[in-house]
Design a protein around this ligand. Structure first.
Ligand SMILES: [Fe+2]
Length: 241
Protein backbone atom coordinates (compact mmCIF):
# COMPACT_ATOMS: atom_id res chain seq x y z
CA UNK A 1 0.00 0.00 0.00
CA UNK A 2 1.29 3.43 -0.87
CA UNK A 3 1.77 5.78 2.01
CA UNK A 4 2.22 9.52 2.07
CA UNK A 5 2.90 11.85 4.91
CA UNK A 6 0.56 14.81 5.17
CA UNK A 7 2.24 18.02 4.10
CA UNK A 8 1.62 21.12 6.13
CA UNK A 9 3.86 23.10 3.80
CA UNK A 10 5.42 22.53 0.42
CA UNK A 11 8.33 24.82 1.21
CA UNK A 12 10.55 21.87 2.04
CA UNK A 13 11.03 18.48 0.50
CA UNK A 14 8.47 15.74 1.03
CA UNK A 15 9.02 12.12 -0.01
CA UNK A 16 5.92 10.47 -1.44
CA UNK A 17 5.94 6.73 -1.98
CA UNK A 18 5.08 6.33 -5.65
CA UNK A 19 6.64 3.22 -7.23
CA UNK A 20 7.62 -0.24 -6.07
CA UNK A 21 11.12 -1.51 -6.71
CA UNK A 22 9.74 -3.69 -9.51
CA UNK A 23 8.04 -0.71 -11.15
CA UNK A 24 11.27 1.30 -10.98
CA UNK A 25 13.08 -1.57 -12.70
CA UNK A 26 10.35 -1.80 -15.38
CA UNK A 27 10.53 1.93 -16.08
CA UNK A 28 14.33 1.78 -16.26
CA UNK A 29 14.18 -1.17 -18.68
CA UNK A 30 11.83 0.66 -21.06
CA UNK A 31 13.95 3.78 -20.87
CA UNK A 32 17.04 1.78 -21.87
CA UNK A 33 15.16 0.40 -24.89
CA UNK A 34 14.42 3.99 -25.91
CA UNK A 35 18.06 5.03 -25.83
CA UNK A 36 17.96 6.19 -29.45
CA UNK A 37 15.49 8.86 -28.33
CA UNK A 38 17.62 10.31 -25.56
CA UNK A 39 18.94 13.82 -26.13
CA UNK A 40 22.57 14.35 -25.13
CA UNK A 41 22.70 17.53 -23.04
CA UNK A 42 26.39 17.88 -22.28
CA UNK A 43 29.35 17.42 -24.60
CA UNK A 44 31.70 16.51 -21.73
CA UNK A 45 29.63 14.12 -19.69
CA UNK A 46 26.98 11.43 -20.32
CA UNK A 47 24.00 13.53 -19.31
CA UNK A 48 20.80 13.04 -21.30
CA UNK A 49 17.10 13.76 -21.18
CA UNK A 50 14.15 11.95 -22.60
CA UNK A 51 11.75 14.76 -23.29
CA UNK A 52 11.85 18.53 -23.51
CA UNK A 53 12.89 20.49 -20.43
CA UNK A 54 11.80 24.09 -19.90
CA UNK A 55 14.98 25.09 -18.10
CA UNK A 56 17.11 23.94 -21.03
CA UNK A 57 14.99 24.22 -24.15
CA UNK A 58 12.44 26.95 -23.44
CA UNK A 59 15.17 29.05 -21.84
CA UNK A 60 17.28 28.76 -25.01
CA UNK A 61 14.71 28.93 -27.78
CA UNK A 62 10.98 28.50 -27.29
CA UNK A 63 10.44 27.02 -30.74
CA UNK A 64 12.96 24.31 -29.88
CA UNK A 65 11.04 23.52 -26.70
CA UNK A 66 7.78 23.35 -28.63
CA UNK A 67 9.38 21.12 -31.25
CA UNK A 68 10.84 18.71 -28.71
CA UNK A 69 7.55 18.64 -26.79
CA UNK A 70 5.67 17.74 -29.97
CA UNK A 71 8.26 15.09 -30.79
CA UNK A 72 8.64 13.47 -27.39
CA UNK A 73 5.24 13.83 -25.71
CA UNK A 74 3.81 10.96 -27.80
CA UNK A 75 6.83 8.79 -26.90
CA UNK A 76 6.49 9.59 -23.20
CA UNK A 77 2.73 9.05 -23.35
CA UNK A 78 3.05 5.71 -25.11
CA UNK A 79 5.68 4.25 -22.79
CA UNK A 80 5.17 6.14 -19.55
CA UNK A 81 1.51 7.16 -19.59
CA UNK A 82 1.01 4.82 -16.64
CA UNK A 83 3.80 6.57 -14.75
CA UNK A 84 2.33 10.03 -15.40
CA UNK A 85 -1.01 8.73 -14.18
CA UNK A 86 0.58 7.39 -10.99
CA UNK A 87 2.37 10.67 -10.36
CA UNK A 88 -0.91 12.58 -10.82
CA UNK A 89 -2.68 10.22 -8.37
CA UNK A 90 0.00 10.50 -5.70
CA UNK A 91 0.28 14.27 -5.99
CA UNK A 92 -3.50 14.67 -5.99
CA UNK A 93 -3.74 12.68 -2.76
CA UNK A 94 -1.00 14.80 -1.21
CA UNK A 95 -2.30 18.17 -2.40
CA UNK A 96 -6.00 17.40 -2.00
CA UNK A 97 -6.77 18.83 -5.44
CA UNK A 98 -7.00 17.44 -9.00
CA UNK A 99 -3.71 16.97 -10.85
CA UNK A 100 -3.43 16.68 -14.64
CA UNK A 101 -0.84 17.02 -17.36
CA UNK A 102 -0.64 20.57 -18.70
CA UNK A 103 -1.95 20.94 -22.23
CA UNK A 104 0.46 22.35 -24.78
CA UNK A 105 3.58 21.88 -22.64
CA UNK A 106 6.18 19.13 -22.41
CA UNK A 107 5.15 16.14 -20.29
CA UNK A 108 7.30 15.26 -17.28
CA UNK A 109 10.38 13.52 -18.67
CA UNK A 110 13.65 12.02 -17.56
CA UNK A 111 17.06 13.18 -16.47
CA UNK A 112 19.54 10.41 -17.24
CA UNK A 113 23.07 10.54 -15.84
CA UNK A 114 25.30 7.62 -16.74
CA UNK A 115 28.62 7.12 -14.98
CA UNK A 116 31.24 9.87 -15.00
CA UNK A 117 33.64 11.16 -12.36
CA UNK A 118 32.64 14.65 -13.57
CA UNK A 119 29.39 14.17 -11.71
CA UNK A 120 31.33 14.28 -8.43
CA UNK A 121 31.89 17.99 -9.13
CA UNK A 122 29.27 20.58 -8.11
CA UNK A 123 28.38 21.25 -11.74
CA UNK A 124 24.64 21.62 -11.21
CA UNK A 125 23.35 25.15 -10.71
CA UNK A 126 22.05 26.46 -7.39
CA UNK A 127 18.68 27.94 -8.17
CA UNK A 128 14.98 28.33 -7.51
CA UNK A 129 12.52 26.95 -10.05
CA UNK A 130 10.76 29.66 -12.01
CA UNK A 131 10.28 27.81 -15.30
CA UNK A 132 6.62 28.78 -15.27
CA UNK A 133 7.72 32.30 -16.26
CA UNK A 134 8.93 30.93 -19.58
CA UNK A 135 5.45 29.83 -20.61
CA UNK A 136 2.34 31.64 -21.64
CA UNK A 137 -0.43 30.55 -19.29
CA UNK A 138 -3.77 31.19 -20.94
CA UNK A 139 -5.47 31.40 -17.56
CA UNK A 140 -4.86 34.83 -16.01
CA UNK A 141 -5.52 33.22 -12.62
CA UNK A 142 -2.66 30.71 -12.92
CA UNK A 143 -1.20 30.76 -9.42
CA UNK A 144 2.56 31.34 -9.42
CA UNK A 145 2.65 31.82 -5.65
CA UNK A 146 2.56 28.09 -4.84
CA UNK A 147 4.26 26.10 -7.57
CA UNK A 148 5.50 22.55 -7.09
CA UNK A 149 8.53 20.72 -8.40
CA UNK A 150 9.13 17.00 -8.18
CA UNK A 151 11.83 14.42 -8.77
CA UNK A 152 11.00 10.73 -8.88
CA UNK A 153 14.17 8.60 -8.86
CA UNK A 154 13.88 5.26 -10.65
CA UNK A 155 17.60 4.39 -10.44
CA UNK A 156 20.27 5.82 -8.16
CA UNK A 157 24.06 5.45 -7.89
CA UNK A 158 25.43 2.90 -5.43
CA UNK A 159 26.44 5.71 -3.08
CA UNK A 160 23.15 7.52 -3.50
CA UNK A 161 21.91 10.75 -4.95
CA UNK A 162 20.04 13.68 -3.54
CA UNK A 163 19.21 17.33 -3.38
CA UNK A 164 21.06 20.09 -1.59
CA UNK A 165 18.55 22.55 -0.13
CA UNK A 166 19.32 25.92 1.41
CA UNK A 167 17.17 27.67 3.96
CA UNK A 168 16.69 30.56 1.54
CA UNK A 169 13.45 31.31 -0.25
CA UNK A 170 12.84 32.80 -3.67
CA UNK A 171 11.15 35.89 -2.25
CA UNK A 172 14.24 36.65 -0.15
CA UNK A 173 16.50 36.93 -3.17
CA UNK A 174 17.75 40.38 -3.73
CA UNK A 175 17.59 42.46 -6.87
CA UNK A 176 21.07 43.64 -5.86
CA UNK A 177 22.60 40.95 -8.02
CA UNK A 178 24.59 37.74 -7.90
CA UNK A 179 27.20 38.80 -5.35
CA UNK A 180 24.59 39.87 -2.81
CA UNK A 181 22.70 36.63 -3.30
CA UNK A 182 25.87 34.54 -3.05
CA UNK A 183 26.61 36.18 0.31
CA UNK A 184 23.05 35.53 1.43
CA UNK A 185 23.34 31.90 0.36
CA UNK A 186 26.59 31.45 2.27
CA UNK A 187 24.92 32.75 5.41
CA UNK A 188 22.18 30.13 5.29
CA UNK A 189 22.08 26.53 6.36
CA UNK A 190 22.38 23.83 3.71
CA UNK A 191 20.83 20.42 4.17
CA UNK A 192 21.19 17.30 2.06
CA UNK A 193 18.01 15.50 1.14
CA UNK A 194 18.81 11.93 0.07
CA UNK A 195 16.65 10.53 -2.72
CA UNK A 196 15.06 7.12 -2.44
CA UNK A 197 14.19 5.13 -5.56
CA UNK A 198 10.43 5.04 -6.02
CA UNK A 199 9.83 7.96 -3.67
CA UNK A 200 8.84 11.24 -5.32
CA UNK A 201 10.59 14.19 -3.72
CA UNK A 202 8.19 17.12 -3.91
CA UNK A 203 8.92 20.72 -2.97
CA UNK A 204 7.86 24.21 -3.92
CA UNK A 205 10.87 24.93 -6.10
CA UNK A 206 10.87 28.28 -4.30
CA UNK A 207 13.71 27.34 -1.98
CA UNK A 208 17.27 27.39 -3.25
CA UNK A 209 18.34 23.91 -4.30
CA UNK A 210 20.87 21.99 -6.34
CA UNK A 211 21.23 18.45 -7.64
CA UNK A 212 23.88 17.29 -5.16
CA UNK A 213 27.21 16.16 -6.61
CA UNK A 214 27.70 12.39 -6.82
CA UNK A 215 29.78 10.59 -4.22
CA UNK A 216 32.50 8.17 -5.35
CA UNK A 217 30.76 7.49 -8.68
CA UNK A 218 31.11 3.87 -9.78
CA UNK A 219 31.48 2.60 -13.37
CA UNK A 220 27.97 1.09 -13.47
CA UNK A 221 26.22 3.96 -11.74
CA UNK A 222 23.05 5.43 -13.19
CA UNK A 223 21.05 8.34 -11.85
CA UNK A 224 17.67 8.36 -13.54
CA UNK A 225 14.82 10.57 -12.40
CA UNK A 226 11.43 11.61 -13.70
CA UNK A 227 11.25 15.40 -13.48
CA UNK A 228 8.40 17.85 -13.51
CA UNK A 229 6.75 20.97 -12.18
CA UNK A 230 3.19 22.00 -11.49
CA UNK A 231 1.13 25.17 -11.48
CA UNK A 232 -2.41 25.45 -10.15
CA UNK A 233 -4.64 26.78 -12.89
CA UNK A 234 -8.35 26.49 -13.69
CA UNK A 235 -9.18 24.21 -10.78
CA UNK A 236 -6.32 21.73 -11.12
CA UNK A 237 -2.59 21.36 -10.86
CA UNK A 238 -1.06 21.24 -14.35
CA UNK A 239 2.14 19.23 -14.67
CA UNK A 240 4.84 19.89 -17.22
CA UNK A 241 8.59 19.84 -17.65
FE1 LIG B 1 15.25 22.94 -9.77
Amino acid sequence: MLETSPATSIEFVHDLETLTGRECAEARGVLMELRQQWILRNVWAPFYTLGAASYIDAAADYSKYAGFAAQFNPVLHQHFGWLHQRVCEVLSRELGEPVKLAEGLAHPGFHIYLSSKLFEKPIASIHCDSQYLLHEWKDPEADFTRPISFTLPIALPVHGGGLNVWNLAYHELSAAGENANAALLNSRQRTYHPYRAGFMAMHSGHVMHQAAPGRDVQPDDERITLQGHGIFSRGAWRLYW
